[in-house]
Design a protein around this ligand. Structure first.
Ligand SMILES: [Zn+2]
Length: 298
């Protein structure tokens, strides 16, 4: 049964222990039917103890967690489900040290698992933003100033955001990316990944956007002082205060994963009912990621 909603009592009733979580994973994994990953046969026997499928032809045994992000989790599936629930269904994510304390696991274990979840949260890029889209650059870290926009301070991380607006001008979706500099090539990445060529894009007057307007419908209308950017600035402000509460020096270089997590929650706020289930689904259908891979992929 698909878990829906954000009620933690209902959640703990459904996921009483590791076995219930294992069942949930097995249901998602073989939702389309079982097929032996070794020989392709479709008849099997279930092993009661760990719900592994034993192929009737070649006797290849496959556990529900094999080739998923839940593979070889040593701290228990129930705890891992709780963490996914907290990262998806609650309004604000938590830092890995808070999570470590809450579930009595090591900081590294919490950090690694949470980065796996963030990997699953990363946008597929299959649904580019349409309609009205605002794009702006901002900085994070170093000495905070009230000034938005481009900065020469090398300690600050340079970021770019794109916000898709609804008909009435509220935020529909938002994406963020780290950029190396404010050159057209760097700015362009968020366009290519997340913005449709038919969207109407609003930016400030920075010359770096001019070359991109060959391929995108860019209107360099607004200025930082105007009210037109209000939605964008509110989102950036919220993102920064969230980053300050969960992001630490250990994670230097991993900022994009946190940006993905933040986007995931904003962009699915209208689908709160199924947000947890969809995320578990992604984690089951995505191949496992190791601690080493997370460390390298920066
Ligand atoms: Zn087989």
């Amino acid at each position: 049964m698909i878990f829906k909603g954000q009620n933690i009592i209902e959640f703990s009733k459904q996921f009483k222990g590791d076995k219930a979580c294992l069942e949930y994973i097995a249901e998602i994994k073989w939702a389309e039917g079982y097929k032996c990953s070794n020989c392709g046969h479709n008849k099997f026997t279930v092993r009661k103890k760990n719900l592994a499928r034993d192929c009737n032809r070649c006797h290849h045994i496959e556990s529900p967690t094999a080739n998923t992000m839940f593979h070889s989790i040593r701290f228990g599936l129930q705890k891992s489900f709780m963490i996914v629930f907290e990262m998806s269904a609650t309004t604000k994510g938590m830092s890995s040290s808070q999570m470590a304390k809450r579930y009595e696991i090591s900081r590294t274990t919490a950090w690694t698992f949470m980065h796996k979840v963030r990997t699953a949260m990363k946008s597929s890029g299959n649904y580019p933003m349409e309609g009205k889209v605002q794009v702006d650059e901002f900085v994070y870290g170093g000495k905070e100033t009230l000034k938005q926009g481009r900065s020469k301070d090398s300690k600050k991380k340079k970021l770019i955001s794109a916000v898709e607006l609804t008909e009435i001008g509220s935020v529909k979706r938002a994406y963020f990316k780290k950029i190396e500099d404010y050159s057209p090539n760097s700015l362009r990445k968020i366009f290519d990944e997340h913005i449709s060529k038919s969207a109407t894009v609003f930016t400030d007057k920075w010359t770096g956007y001019a070359p991109i307007s060959k391929d995108f419908d860019i209107h360099q209308d607004y200025s930082d002082n105007g009210q037109s950017m209000k939605q964008m600035h509110t989102i950036i402000h919220q993102l920064k205060s969230w980053l300050r509460s969960v992001y630490s020096w250990v994670d230097e270089g991993h900022i994009e994963k946190y940006l993905d997590e933040y986007s995931f929650r904003i962009n699915r706020s209208v689908y709160k009912q199924t947000i947890f289930h969809r995320l578990i689904e992604r984690m089951v259908m995505t191949h496992p990621v190791t601690y080493q891979e997370i460390k390298i992929s920066t």
